[in-house]
Every structure is written in structure tokens, then in C-alpha cells.
Ligand binder design. Structure first.
Ligand SMILES: Nc1ncnc2c1ncn2[C@@H]1O[C@H](COP(=O)(O)OP(=O)(O)OP(=O)(O)O)[C@@H](O)[C@H]1O
Ligand SMILES: [Mg+2]
Length: 319
């Protein structure tokens, strides 16, 4: 695996009297990842992204994109990187197609190639039908997609997007995820920020969680999930014999806790079981219950969302 983005010990202070916006932040991103940079308002997301985009100076540390340093080799970095800001000024009077051709020109792409690039990108982001409309007539979600197309005109290897899903309706969010997946299939790396992990939960392959300019956790999403949640919770409904089942469960070494769940309307009596181990343990517990002759009616793992895990993490409940 090749590292496309490497952030080492980056510190950024806007004002001496305030705590730093980024405080010795370190992590790296492998090629082909969809990397989510997540944290609450003020965590430092935009600050980092502007540094990556070579738009903001920082106090110490090293940032490399494709091996080039953002502070001393900004031209090389810009060639490799497509940047989608959180808010971008649009040239409202331009036509959508002209707008993309204009930016292709800014990247010194041959005039003859610009119309083809614009057509391909408008197809990719689903705006082909608006190619001849003025930019100012687009909805917010469409502008977001046009911004994405604009970031792609020079075919960058790394796409960096600041809160791309903010303000989009659920449908538009799904479309955006699809576009990120397509970009990943094209071999590109996507780095995006959000303050709502839920928005990225099922598209991101990796996540870095940042708070007050410091990294709280980072790595492949599945690893973080496993690390934050070493135990599984299962809700088991029985036709009868709840007490016997409870006594049998308590005696098992892999069971950490068993409690009777409050009765639900119309549902069977249930036990809430906390189990050590991963999916294998969950499956073998069910097998054993059935083999013992307990009349299991329902068996459901309580899935924490990554978001709730993240909340636990930032509240210091899990360390
Ligand atoms: N130009 C600036 N001058 C002074 N302080 C700033 C400036 N820009 C950002 N900050 C401060 O730096 C910290 C990080 O801000 P940043 O915009 O990077 O956060 P963010 O994670 O992008 O937040 P949000 O989710 O609200 O977009 C905040 O405390 C903010 O007040
Ligand atoms: Mg921001």
C-alpha cells in the first residue's frame, strides 16, 4: 500500500493566546481509501483541509501529498489534489458547462480537450441535463456536485472535500456516496470531513476522529469498531423458561452479563446478554442455546452505530 497523504505532528495556531487549532496531529492515508475526518464544530477539520489544499500556513510539522510537501512544493501538490471547499464562490452568470471549461483552462488543459472533460464530468455527477443552464439556477445539492466536478477537472489522485454532505437531502447524500464509490473504483483516494459520522459511516473505509485539534482515534473503520466495542449485546426472546435460560447463561464463561429486558408490547420475554468476543461467539451461543433445547423465538444483536461509539469515545467512557 502506498501512502498518498502523510500528516506528521502538525500544529497550527491562529492566535498565541488560544489553544492551537491543530495540536501535533499525525495520521496517514493509503491510496484508494475513502477516509473520513470526523469531529465536532471547531475541532480543526477545515483548518487541516485548507493546509492540505496549500491555502494555509502552519507552525510546525510536515504534510506530504504523494510525497510532495505542501509548504515547499505547493505546485506539485495542487496537481495531485482536487479541493472542494465547504463554501465556494460560484460564478453565477456562467453556464454550467462554461464553468467547468473555465476551470479546466485554469489548470492549463488544452482548449480542444476541455469540452470533452466537461461532458464526462457532468455525466459523472449527474448534471448533464443542466449543462446549458446558468450556475446560479442550480439548487444547493447541484452546486455541491458541480463543485465536485470542478475539483476533478485536472484528474487529481486525491480528492479533498470539506463537509460535502452538509445541507444535502437524504437522496442527494446517497448520490454523493455513489459518486465517491465511483471515484474509488477509478483508483482515486477520497478524504472528506464531517461533523456527523452517520453521514459517512457506510461509505468510508477509514476514519480519523479529531477533537480540539487532537486525534482521538484513527484507522480502518472495522478495526475501530472492534476496538471500541470488544463486547456484543444480544437480545434473545424465549417462548418460555426464561429463568432456566438465565441460570444456564450466567454459568457460561463467555457471558459477562444477563438481565431480563423490559417486556415489550406483544413481544416474547427477553434476556439482554452481554457476550465477550466477536461474531463467532455470537453465532456459537445461538447454536448452544438451541442444542440445549431452549425455545428461542428471536435472536437479535444490538448494533451500535459508529456514531454512538464515537460519542462514548469523546465522553471518555471508552478509552
Ligand atoms: N481565521 C481564524 N482565526 C482565528 N481562529 C480561527 C480561524 N479559523 C478557525 N479558527 C479557530 O480554529 C479552531 C478550528 O476551526 P475549524 O474551522 O478548523 O473547525 P472545524 O472542525 O472545521 O469546525 P466546523 O465543524 O464548525 O466547520 C476553532 O477554534 C476556530 O475558532
Ligand atoms: Mg469546518
Amino acid at each position: 500500500m502506498t501512502t498518498i497523504l502523510d500528516v506528521q505532528q502538525v500544529t497550527k495556531r491562529y492566535r498565541r493566546t488560544h489553544p492551537p487549532a491543530l495540536d501535533k496531529l499525525s495520521f496517514h492515508v493509503e491510496e484508494g481509501a475513502i477516509y473520513a475526518f470526523v469531529g465536532p464544530n471547531g475541532a480543526g477539520k477545515t483548518t487541516l483541509i485548507r493546509i492540505l489544499a496549500t491555502l494555509l500556513r502552519f507552525d510546525s510539522g510536515i504534510v506530504r501529498v504523494g510525497g510532495y510537501r505542501v509548504d515547499t512544493q505547493p505546485r506539485d501538490v495542487r496537481r495531485l489534489l482536487g479541493y472542494i471547499p465547504d463554501e465556494f464562490g460560484l460564478y453565477g452568470e456562467m453556464l454550467v458547462r462554461e464553468y467547468l471549461e473555465f476551470f479546466a483552462g485554469c489548470y492549463h488543459i488544452d482548449a480542444a480537450r476541455r469540452p470533452g472533460i466537461a461532458t464526462d464530468l457532468l455525466d459523472l455527477v449527474g448534471l448533464a441535463h443542466r449543462a446549458d443552464d446558468e450556475v446560479r439556477t442550480l439548487s444547493r445539492g447541484m452546486r455541491q456536485r458541480l463543485g465536485l466536478a470542478r475539483a476533478l477537472v485536472h484528474d487529481p489522485a486525491l480528492i479533498v472535500a470539506d463537509e460535502p454532505a452538509a445541507g444535502l437531502d437524504p437522496r442527494a447524500r446517497i448520490d454523493l456516496r455513489e459518486i465517491f464509490r465511483v471515484l474509488q473504483e477509478m483508483g482515486k483516494t477520497v478524504f472528506l470531513s464531517s461533523h456527523v459520522l452517520r453521514e459517512l459511516d457506510d461509505v468510508a473505509t477509514h476514519v480519523a476522529i479529531v477533537e480540539q485539534g487532537q486525534l482521538v482515534a484513527s484507522g480502518p473503520i472495522e478495526e475501530i469498531r472492534a476496538r471500541l466495542r470488544p463486547h456484543r449485546r444480544i437480545r434473545i426472546g424465549f417462548l418460555r423458561g426464561l429463568d432456566d435460560a438465565q441460570a444456564w447463561l450466567v454459568a457460561r464463561p463467555d457471558i459477562l452479563e444477563v438481565e431480563a429486558a423490559p417486556l415489550t408490547n406483544g413481544g416474547p420475554p427477553m434476556l439482554l446478554v452481554t457476550l465477550r468476543g466477536g461474531e463467532e461467539a455470537v453465532a456459537s451461543l445461538l447454536q448452544d442455546l438451541v442444542a440445549q433445547g431452549f425455545p428461542v423465538l428471536t435472536y437479535l444483536e444490538e448494533k451500535d452505530t459508529l456514531e454512538s461509539l464515537f460519542l462514548n469515545l469523546t465522553r471518555g467512557i471508552v478509552s
